[in-house]
Ligand binder design. Structure first.
Ligand code: ZN
Length: 315
C-alpha cells in the first residue's frame, strides 16, 4: 500500500505518477532563499493539478517536508477537490530552509525520529515553520524526505539522518534523499544501508542534474535503490534529448525498474503561476520524445506507474 494524504491506496490504484513535485509551498524561509519556490495560492495550484489530471495524471509525491513551508491542509483539500492521489513528506530539507532559531536545530535525534514516525502513523503536524510541532491533523505523510546539502551539514546534523533511518525502519515508508551530486548519492546510500535501511526503501533525487559518473547510476540501481530523474525540462542542466539518452542507457542495462521521473516544479515553471512548462509537460512533450528514442509503452508504464507504486509503498 501507498499512504496518500487521504489514506492508503493499493499499488494498482496509484496510477500515472510524478515522483517529485512541489504543489504548494508557503511563504517563509525557503521563499526567502529563492522566491520562485513560493507556491501558496490554492486556486493556481489547483488549476495546475487539474491540468495534470487532464492529460492522465493520477498521482504525485509532494517533496516538501515539515517545518519549511509544507502546506498539509492544502494538500489534502487539493487531493479531495481534484481526485488526484497525493503523497506528503515528513523529514527535513536543506539547512538553508531553516533560520538559525528553528526548532529543528535543537531537537534531539530521538525527538526528531518520534516526530517523523508520528507524521507517518498518526497524522502530520501543522504550523511547524515558526514553532515546534504540537497541533496535528488526521492526514498522514507517506514519504521521509532528507537533504544531503554539503559534507559540513552532513557531519554537523547527522542526528537528522539517523532519525530518518529510524523512522524508515520502524514504519516501512521510504526515504527520499535530495543530493547535489552523483557522488553524494552513493555516499548517502552507503550511510543509510549501514544504518540498516533496506536499499529498496531508498530513493535518490536529482540524479540527472550533472549526467556524470553514470557507472554510479548503474551501481546504485543494481543495489535495488531507486533513482529519480527530476530535472526534465530544466535546460540549465541538460537538454531533454540528453535526459532521454540517460533513460535509454538505463533501460539497455536492464535497470529501468529503478527509474522514477518528475519535474520538481517551482512557480517559474507552473503555467498557472505564469511559468513556461506546466504539469502536463511529461505527458505532452517528454513521453513522445522517449518514444522517439525507442522506448515502448511497457517501459514508459513501468517508469511512470509501476515503479512509483513499488518505490513509495510501505515495506
Ligand atoms: Zn524538490
Amino acid at each position: 500500500m501507498i499512504q496518500t494524504v487521504l489514506g492508503l491506496v493499493s499499488k494498482d490504484q496509484l496510477g500515472f505518477c510524478h515522483s517529485h513535485e512541489h504543489l504548494f509551498l508557503a511563504d517563509g524561509q525557503p521563499a526567502k532563499v529563492n522566491p520562485v519556490l513560493r507556491l501558496d495560492e490554492y486556486n493556481l495550484s489547483i488549476s495546475e493539478l487539474k491540468l495534470f489530471k487532464s492529460v492522465g495524471g493520477q498521482a504525485l509525491i509532494d517533496a516538501q517536508p515539515l517545518g519549511c513551508g509544507r502546506m498539509e491542509k492544502f494538500l489534502a483539500a487539493a487531493s479531495k477537490d481534484c481526485g488526484v492521489n497525493i503523497v506528503a513528506s515528513t523529514g527535513f530539507h536543506k539547512m538553508a530552509f531553516y533560520d538559525k532559531s528553528h526548532w529543528i536545530h535543537s531537537f534531539t535525534e530521538d525527538q526528531l525520529s518520534r516526530i517523523f514516525i508520528r507524521e507517518l502513523t498518526e497524522g502530520m503536524f501543522v504550523n511547524t515553520d515558526h514553532s515546534p510541532p504540537s497541533e496535528t491533523v488526521s492526514f498522514k505523510a507517506g514519504n521521509i524526505k532528507v537533504a544531503y546539502d554539503t559534507e559540513r551539514q552532513f557531519d554537523h546534523e547527522k542526528k537528522w539522518f539517523v532519525a530518518a533511518a529510524h523512522a524508515c525502519i520502524e514504519t516501512g515508508f521510504p526515504i527520499m534523499c535530495h543530493v547535489e551530486s552523483t557522488k553524494q548519492g552513493m555516499d548517502i546510500a552507503e550511510f543509510f544501508i549501514k544504518q540498516g535501511v533496506p536499499p529498496h526503501c531508498l530513493i535518490i533525487c536529482h540524479m540527472d542534474r550533472t549526467l556524470d559518473e553514470l557507472n554510479l547510476h548503474r551501481e546504485l540501481a543494481e543495489m535495488g535503490i531507486y533513482l529519480e530523474y527530476d530535472t526534465i525540462g530544466r535546460f540549465k542542466y541538460h537538454s531533454d534529448e540528453e535526459e532521454a539518452e540517460l533513460i535509454v542507457m538505463m533501460e539497455e542495462s536492464g535497470l529501468s525498474c529503478q527509474i522514477l521521473i518528475g519535474l520538481d516544479t517551482t512557480r517559474a515553471r507552473m503555467k498557472n503561476y505564469g511559468g513556461h512548462l506546466g504539469l502536463d509537460y511529461i505527458q505532452e512533450s517528454f513521453i513522445p520524445l522517449l518514444k522517439k528514442y525507442g522506448l515502448n509503452n511497457e517501459v514508459i508504464h513501468q517508469i511512470t506507474v509501476v515503479n512509483p507504486a513499488e518505490a513509495f509503498s510501505k515495506k
